[in-house]
Design a protein around this ligand. Structure first.
Ligand code: G3P
Ligand code: CA
Length: 275
């Protein structure tokens, strides 16, 4: 089967630009990344906005929870200077703005943050995708089975990607986005749950993925994409490719595209039977 490798610009080209801003998404496209990732949260007036943290403190010149701001107040904040003064004046985008900037060739993975505390974000975000007829271009992700089940119920043709944490037997599920992240020490249980909950793509953290895990998930018809390749980690990218993943998020999408091209070239030049 011919399946496109998902080289996904994490929060846009967030190694080069302030994450989750229009500048970051533009730069990712300029670098040749067809796939982008962004994070969604809700304002006080129930507007879906694109920001990673639950507060504005780290990535703007303001402070306090995102949920405490109206959209108008939120968009007065400077979301660029913290990264570099040349980005002064960048704003927190709305989800609508990001969707409207997608050209037909672009694909987006939108992460539903905090869908457990504010479940209305699921319907608001899904309906914006449906209104624009972007069901084939946009996929939703979350560190939650329930949030993705709800998204798929609202629009069965949407593809969903579950973010999971792999750990040792007896380990604890980390607290993420208002709840505990799906935590697994048994890959068979992970595969069974992914099928039962009807997700399309399983996304474990990169440093825990190996060939056995990928083969198991593939044998159940699931796709595998890694998260957590956040710096310029060529060796980790390569290890993931060798393990057979179908994609990964990266803050330096150009680096990932280079590593992927090199990987493909080496694979094609190997004599038959040696792979
Ligand atoms: O690629 C998924 C990744 O975005 C999940 O982690 O914290 O960057 O949202 P985080
Ligand atoms: Ca994310």
């Amino acid at each position: 089967m011919n399946y496109e490798f998902l080289a996904i610009a994490h929060r846009g080209a967030s190694g080069y630009c302030p994450e989750n801003t229009m500048a970051s998404f533009r730069r990712a496209r300029e670098l040749g990344a067809r796939w982008q990732e962004c994070d969604l949260r809700l304002t006080a007036d129930d507007e879906v906005v694109v920001i990673h943290d639950s507060t504005v403190d780290r990535t703007t010149d303001g402070s306090s929870p995102v949920r405490g701001f109206s959209l108008a107040a939120l968009q007065r904040l400077d979301a660029g200077s913290w990264f570099d003064s040349k980005f002064r004046g960048e704003r927190i985008p709305t989800f609508s703005q990001v969707l409207d900037s997608l050209t037909p060739n672009c694909r987006l993975v939108a992460e539903l943050k905090d869908g457990k505390n504010f479940p209305q974000i699921i319907e608001l975000a899904v309906s914006q995708v449906i209104e624009r007829g972007l069901e084939e271009q946009v996929q939703f992700s979350a560190f939650s089975w329930d949030v993705l089940v709800e998204a798929k119920k609202l629009c069965p043709k949407l593809k969903t990607q579950v973010l999971v944490v792999l750990g040792e037997e007896g380990g604890e599920a980390p607290f993420v986005d208002g709840g505990t992240a799906p935590f697994y020490s048994n890959p068979h249980k992970l595969a069974a749950d992914a099928l039962a909950y009807g997700v399309d793509v399983v996304c474990p953290q990169a440093d825990r993925i190996d060939e056995n895990l990928v083969s198991l998930l593939h044998s159940e018809g699931l796709k595998v994409r890694a998260w957590g390749v956040n710096s310029d980690q060529g060796p980790l990218m390569l290890r993931m490719l060798e393990a057979g993943v179908d994609g990964m998020t990266a803050n330096y999408p150009d680096r990932l595209l280079e590593v992927y091209a090199e990987f493909q070239k080496n694979r094609n030049s190997k004599p038959k039977g040696s792979y």
